[in-house]
Design a protein around this ligand. Structure first.
Ligand code: DAH
Length: 331
């Protein structure tokens, strides 16, 4: 075998190889297990020839490695150039999700009360008539007890019609002082229209301690109303009736359109009704085993949808649940 000629041919082929694949083909041809040089090396008997063959093989190997390296780098450079991404190019704007308006208001109310030192507690959406009505002092035959206004699951079980049962469950579970709010869904057998949906949300508040007065209640609600609707708004409280509070009041905020002068929005009264409240009726304390001589308390229950509507002045409550982005993305 003419080792010299073989080596020259191999080195020339390596130099001529124009791609990594071509270099690999040259390697297989001259250095592969079944090619002439390795076969000769396996059969060689004298040291001198062995040395010469090995030296030639090593030179070819070195040339293959160098060429392969060189081509590899060139190919990488070309790909980097071709597939270059300009990270500074502007991209299309990403749509970001957002919280539903009612969730936003729910969290806002929770934050307001957490800031006042209240706890946030959960209630139950499936309630017994005992907690939804009896414990709250609803007399037998009260219209709310009728299956025409309340969704019954069975004779003694309802979808809660208000968050007020959470007052009773909270008091049963702990001794005063109690400062809690509880927010969530409530259910009524209403036909949906612009101002009613059969599922809506309420915030229930309850404070029980020694020496709590009506002034504590109106002070707290005044703080809440201004935090929700603006510091410039005025507040007013009028007597009302609820079975579970005595006395009961209804909270009003000055009309944002006419500022009290009277207009169509406030039905010419200057005031807009927000929701109910009152001093906890001692009958509830009796039910949960609190000492009604020692403790007094206040409670309130407002609709979150109503707060949303008053704040954003949309005309139809049902918009909140239609999931039309043109509506929901405004908030
Ligand atoms: N539960 C009443 C309702 O759904 C709202 C309410 C009024 C809750 C007065 C209260 C309260 O805690 O004191 O209409």
């Amino acid at each position: 075998m003419d080792v010299e000629a073989l080596e020259q041919a191999a080195l020339a082929a390596v130099a001529a190889a124009a791609s990594s694949d071509a270099v690999e083909a040259v390697r297989v041809e001259y250095l592969g297990r079944k090619s002439a040089l390795p076969l000769a090396l396996r059969e060689v008997r004298d040291a001198e020839t062995g040395k010469r063959l090995n030296a030639a093989k090593q030179r070819i190997e070195t040339a293959v490695a160098a060429r392969s390296d060189e081509l590899g780098r060139a190919e990488l450079d070309r790909r980097l150039a071709e597939e270059r991404v300009d990270v500074t190019l502007p991209v299309g704007e990403h749509e970001r999700g957002r919280l539903h308006l009612i969730t936003q208001i729910r969290r806002e109310v929770e934050d307001i009360f957490l800031g006042l030192g209240y706890r946030v507690v959960d209630g139950r959406e499936v309630e017994t008539t005992r907690y939804n009505f009896d414990a709250l002092n609803f007399p037998p035959g009260h219209p709310a007890r009728s299956p025409l206004s309340t969704l019954f699951l069975d004779e003694h079980t309802v979808l809660r019609t208000e968050t007020s049962p959470s007052q009773v469950r909270t008091m049963e579970a702990q001794q005063p002082p109690v400062y809690v709010v509880s927010l969530g869904r409530v259910y009524r057998r209403d036909t949906p229209d612009a101002t009613h949906t059969p599922i809506f949300h309420q915030v229930e508040g309850l404070a029980v301690d020694e020496g709590i007065t009506l002034a504590d209640l109106t002070g707290t609600l005044d703080f809440l109303l201004k935090a929700l609707f603006g510091q410039e708004r005025r507040t007013e409280f009028r007597t009302h009736y609820f079975p579970f509070t005595e006395p009961s009041i209804e909270a009003y905020v000055s009309c944002h359109v006419c500022d009290g002068a009277g207009c169509a929005v406030c039905r010419h009264s200057g005031w807009i009704e927000v929701g109910g409240a009152g001093m906890v009726d001692p009958a509830l304390f009796e039910f949960v085993g609190y000492d009604a001589e020692r403790y007094t308390g206040f409670a309130f229950g407002w609709g979150l949808e109503r707060i949303a509507m008053l704040r954003h002045e949309f005309p139809d409550l049902r918009e909140l649940w239609r999931n039309d982005l043109r509506f929901s993305e405004q908030f």
